[in-house]
Design a protein around this ligand. Structure first.
Ligand SMILES: Cc1ncc(COP(=O)(O)O)c(C=O)c1O
Length: 487
């Protein structure tokens, strides 16, 4: 081993140039051992000889050897200082990392099977699910947060109530009774980290691995992901103009444990479930011993006609778990959602959460309760409803004039997005969607990617979220969309 070459190369690196000589030597030898250049069992030169070879003080060599011995990299033997036999096994520390398996290959098989759709975290034009973030009353929210923090006592910094802050549960129950026709009292309301958290919890608390869960086809891939992660078997149920449309044979042959549905504004195609269907679904679920999971994600925004009451409130003991979120009404980063469970299930769920789900963010929960009770929530909803209706109108008009002959709008009556279905069922909407993003920075997720199971022809077209797109930007964007679709 040419120690002089080794040491000169080490010293030449700018990062080491200012170090004291003894530290340079210690690090240089340590790295040589860790990288396998000095192998286990190899004898190092005597201190005096090495000092002479390198032109450094003998004390520097003594210091370096002592440090290496303390760290276990070398051992003193009768033959002199020898590289520790185990040291060679540490090679991996500095060796190049072994090649990573393909992006998802290092995850569990379950995780590899989860659907990955473009994330809503981009605020690109038409990204669905993103509210008008610039319209959120940040100043008022900060004031409420300040007030909530001022109300906290030291004990409130501990784990929070696992079911959620009592004030927030109360406020949500009150709001749902008035605005959504729900039959809910605070004891049935459980605060979660958003609908995704609620879905995970439903899958774990109300079903076992291998149980069947019905999901609308096309449907919400976030739900598919949560249910697959819990090892449930997802069964796609076709959606028509009246919402999810299970057949008698579905009830017999594909008996579900859970039925996931978005009745107020079907995701992604936007149909509104008829009253007859809602009642039939509740009845079927009751007979099958199943629970309906009603995801009411954007129902606060109904543009044409009065708001529809939720399924949960249709019967006093309906087997329905209602899911709500503040991601659409306030902002997604808040990560606060809630579930309303049937009265009979509330005590058992409370017990489960008590054992298994520590909660926190008391101040945010109190601020949110204040926001609702003080009427600011209703005010914000009214403003956003007006704004989103204008944006929806502009989008529908632009789509009619630029793409009306090749595509039809579905589901624009409520919520924050609509579905644009291409008439040509062979259209490659995935490729078109990628081209829209690459050429124009427009995010228009392909409808065909929302298929659940293979039982029906996938819808071809795009999901277009309009809540965050100013009216004046809509027509120019639709022209770009049309140019890509037509070419
Ligand atoms: C159908 C549906 N449910 C729920 C959500 C919101 O989920 P979260 O509360 O986890 O943000 C979305 C968001 O896009 C959605 O599309």
């Amino acid at each position: 081993m040419d120690f002089q070459l080794l040491f000169t190369a080490f010293q030449a690196l700018p990062a080491h140039a200012r170090w004291p000589q003894q530290r340079q030597l210690h690090e240089c030898l340590r790295q040589a051992i860790r990288s396998g250049n000095l192998v286990g069992g190899m004898r190092l030169p005597a201190t005096r000889a090495l000092a002479a070879e390198l032109g450094v003080a003998r004390n520097s060599v003594l210091y370096a050897y002592e440090q290496l011995a303390t760290e276990g990299f070398i051992v003193a033997t009768r033959r002199g200082s020898v590289v520790a036999p185990l040291a060679g096994r540490l090679v991996a520390v500095d060796a190049p990392a072994p090649p990573m398996p393909s992006a998802r290959g290092s995850l569990s098989r379950r995780a590899q099977n989860m659907p990955l759709l473009p994330g809503a975290e981009t605020a690109a034009a038409f990204a669905p699910g993103v509210p008008a973030l610039g319209e959120f009353p940040v100043l008022r929210w900060r004031r409420l947060l300040d007030r909530a923090w001022a109300s906290l006592r030291p004990a409130d910094l501990n784990y929070a109530n696992p079911a959620g802050e009592p004030a927030l549960r109360e406020a949500i129950a009150g709001h749902l009774r008035v605005a959504r026709g729900a039959l809910a009292d605070a004891a049935q309301v459980f605060i979660t980290d958003g609908t995704q958290g609620s879905l995970d919890l439903c899958a774990r608390a109300f079903a076992d691995a291998g149980d069947k869960v019905w999901i609308e086809n096309p449907g919400y891939q976030g739900a598919v992901a949560a249910f697959r992660a819990a090892q449930l078997r997802a069964v796609g149920i076709v959606v028509d103009g009246e919402g999810m449309a299970p057949t008698a044979s579905d009830w017999q042959r594909q008996r579900p444990r859970l039925v996931y549905t978005t009745p107020s504004h079907q995701y992604p195609v936007g149909s509104v479930m008829s009253l007859a269907r809602r009642l039939a679904l509740i009845d079927g679920a009751r007979r099958a011993g199943a629970l309906v999971i009603e995801d009411d994600y954007d129902s606060e925004f109904r543009h044409d006609g009065p708001p529809l009451a939720c399924m949960q409130g249709l019967a006093p003991d309906a087997p329905v778990v209602y899911l709500g979120t503040f991601s659409k009404t306030l902002f997604p980063g808040l990560r606060i959602g809630f579930m309303v469970v049937p009265q009979a299930l509330a005590p058992a769920l409370a017990l489960l959460l008590d054992r298994a789900a520590p909660r926190g963010r008391t101040a945010e929960q109190r601020a949110l309760a204040d926001f609702i009770v003080s009427g600011q929530f209703a005010l914000h909803l009214r403003r956003m409803r007006r704004l989103y209706r204008q944006r929806r109108d502009a989008l529908v008009a632009a789509l009619a004039s630029h793409l009306g002959d090749v595509a039809t709008v579905h589901g624009g009556t409520a919520g924050m997005h609509l579905a644009l279905r291409l008439h040509d069922a062979r259209s490659d909407d995935v490729a078109l969607s990628a081209r829209l993003m690459a050429r124009h920075g427009i995010m228009a997720p392909a409808l065909s990617l929302h298929a659940v199971g293979l039982r029906a022809q996938p819808w071809r077209g795009f999901l277009l979220g309009y809540a965050q797109v100013p009216v004046e930007a809509i027509e120019p964007l639709v022209k770009k969309l049309a140019s890509v679709v037509r070419n």
